[in-house]
Design a protein around this ligand. Structure first.
Ligand SMILES: NC(=O)c1ccc[n+]([C@@H]2O[C@H](COP(=O)([O-])OP(=O)(O)OC[C@H]3O[C@@H](n4cnc5c(N)ncnc54)[C@H](O)[C@@H]3O)[C@@H](O)[C@H]2O)c1
Length: 443
């Protein structure tokens, strides 16, 4: 049953090249995971594109295909990979150092992982203070560096034989940058690149290069990157999908499940204290106050939008929200996130909720990288240009059109994603109204 004509979606023929900025814990866990899955050695747990179903039509219709059977997505066997990193380790060494996957998932695919050698990165320590790298590009201006990235993209496409490309930022979190004049128009942005303006961070050069090569760009870190009027305009001009920011994995995913529940029941919130310990390289980078500030902004935003304190000052007008990330090397990638939530109910009586999430950062992030790569490729084949708000589901700070506030509630985001897939394929939207199943709903 269709109430929409749908879009024309090009087929997913040929190889899909996945370009990753950063070959660290998340990127190697993603690549090694895909290789294990396609060899039949593991399951793509956590990935909607591989495991989720989608209901079509009425509940009585019994139509619930897998998403990957409903929309034309690239097959995992068609994925090829490349990455940039200032650290010269190949994907095998990088995965070993990251310490996320054990030998059972790394040794059988070691020869494959060793073939993925990072291309020299555009890297500047001013933007990631706690990192040093030798595998870096040299250039007189930021524009020269960005042009070198464009050449890398073209070379990878030619050498891999990829029919299409997508790019996902899986690199370290850069220092906090406020949008300024250099980010307002494409002309100002390109001038700033030529003048080596500090407002242009390395991640913005990757984004510009990607868009100039008509390659969709997804940002897995909280950096400003592609979330500027200049680069949104470029994406629209060249009809390329973009999105970000910051993979929504552990603590914030739980926050965007619990906060809507509190709000839905009109319970009050006095405070929400979130703290983490983690000991991977990401944790080390975030130990720098300037990179932490970028992450903090991303993590803090969600409650305000979900709770709408202006509409409910008596319930949410005075919330104390604190987020801490503590670098603690013994834990490696196995983060522990604690939340203490002070709520109040009927007549103002206080209650508490405690969450202790012993998660694995990159195990949660890897399937998100996979889904983003496949859905951004789908978006491009469907002719969806510019900001892909329907993929907010995957981000802590979803990028949205100018003048819109982001939707943070995980289940609204999931509905948005699935309804977009239905819309693309000309299927009816599911509203959950359901009167058609009852006599009073009949006309
Ligand atoms: N794992 C999660 O749950 C999660 C959630 C949200 C966001 N993130 C973000 O994803 C990113 C990757 O996380 P990770 O755990 O893999 O970190 P990581 O430190 O293991 O890997 C990041 C890699 O990026 C490289 N890098 C830094 N600057 C670069 C540049 N300019 N060009 C190319 N490479 C560069 C580093 O050398 C490093 O190898 C971080 O920004 C992190 O904040 C992770």
């Amino acid at each position: 049953m269709s109430d929409d004509t749908g879009r024309t979606v090009g087929p997913a023929e040929g190889k899909l090249g996945v370009l990753l900025v950063g070959l660290g814990a998340v990127a190697t866990t993603f690549i090694a995971g895909v290789e294990n899955v396609r060899r039949g050695r593991a399951l793509a747990i956590g990935s909607l594109s591989q495991l989720a179903t989608i209901r079509l039509g009425k509940r009585t219709d019994q139509r619930t295909p897998l998403i990957k059977e409903f929309v034309p997505l690239a097959d995992l066997n068609d994925l090829v990979f490349a990455a940039w990193d200032p650290i010269p380790d190949d994907a095998y060494v990088a995965a070993q150092k990251a310490g996320v996957l054990d030998a059972t998932h790394l040794e059988p695919i070691a020869p494959f992982l060793k073939t993925i050698q990072p291309m020299p990165a555009v890297f500047d320590q001013n933007y990631v203070k706690r990192l040093q790298g030798t595998n870096v590009k040299r250039g007189k201006t930021k524009r020269d560096l960005a042009e070198q990235l464009r050449e890398d993209i073209r070379r990878f496409k030619a050498e891999s034989g990829a029919a299409r490309l997508v790019l996902v930022w899986c690199a370290s979190t850069e220092v906090f940058i406020q949008p300024g004049p250099a980010h307002q128009t494409l002309q100002a942005f390109e001038r700033a690149m030529e003048q080596n303006d500090p407002a242009i961070a390395p991640s913005m050069l990757y984004a510009w290069a990607s868009l100039m090569e008509d390659v969709p760009f997804a940002n897995g870190a909280p950096n400003l990157t592609v979330d500027t009027p200049a680069l949104v305009a470029l994406a629209e001009q060249r009809s390329v999908p973009i999105g970000g920011k910051d993979f929504k994995t552990g603590q914030t995913m739980m926050k965007t499940v619990l906060a809507p529940a509190i709000k839905a029941r009109m319970l009050g919130l006095a405070g929400w204290y979130s703290t983490n310990i983690l000991g991977n390289r990401d944790g080390e980078v975030l130990d720098d106050p300037e990179s932490f500030k970028t992450k903090e902004e991303s993590k803090l935003g969600v409650l305000e939008y979900i709770l709408q304190p202006a509409a409910h000052p008596e319930l949410y007008g005075n919330v104390y929200h604190k987020v801490r990330i503590n670098y603690y090397p013994p834990r490696g990638d196995n983060k522990e996130g604690w939340d203490n939530i002070d709520i109040f109910g009927w007549l103002g009586y206080p209650m508490q909720i405690k969450v202790d999430f012993l998660c694995r950062d990159s195990i949660l992030a890897a399937p998100i990288v996979l889904d983003l790569a496949l859905f951004f490729d789908l978006a491009q084949r469907a002719g969806l240009a510019g900001v892909q708000e329907w993929l907010s589901f995957y981000f802590k700070s979803p990028q949205v059109a100018a003048g819109l506030y982001p939707e943070h509630d995980l289940f609204i985001q999931q509905t948005k994603l699935k309804n977009t897939l239905r819309w693309l394929m000309g299927e009816a939207q599911i509203t959950h109204l359901g009167v058609e199943y009852y006599e009073y709903g009949e006309q």
